[in-house]
Unconditional design. Sequence first.
Length: 225
Amino acid sequence: MNILVVDDEQSILNLIRLNLEIEGYEVLTAVNGQEAISIWDKQKPDMIILDVMLPDTDGYTLLRGFRENDPDIPIILLTAKGQMNDKLLGLQLGADDYLVKPFHSTELLLRIKVIERRLVKNQVNTEVGKIMIGPFRVYPEERSIFIHEEELTLTYREYDLLLLLLSNKQRIFTRDDLLLKVWKLDYPENTRAVDIMVQRLRKKLGPEGDRIKTIYGVGYKIDCC
């Protein structure tokens, strides 16, 4: 996910950027409204963290402009103000959330995660028998999965394993869980079968194979958004 952070306080900007990059997000930064608009025009972000008080404009004005261009872009407002009226104004203008400075970085990350989960849920489109999950397109009735418009050649169990992971984004499955759910009653005693199949799936997914994450000592999950 690509996040634009707009704040004229360099120390706060750097702190937010560092914490987001540690979590694996791509971060764009701007110190004023003009720079934020320029970045918006060139690189459409997936989410915006926006300070209300900026040297050349205010966050509310930027919020209105961003909302006019993209009604669905998630926006979290940051401000040193704590008055209820300021919070209500921001929410009425379409902000998804509101944080008052000073705030803990963990709180900001948790709020981002909540919005991100909502976005992922909204990306699932079950119309006409099709499921869209990140770069994956699944046709359950045909037991086919496409990635970036290219159909994957999967065995029966490879399909079941990939669909299980995709249908439970960010859930960690133990090897025993996967043996039970994918191999059902006809599964081998050695959990090595899971590791071998995951390796094959990663290879078939090509550059996207890294989305299947190994949780050492536990099992596997997929990061598809």
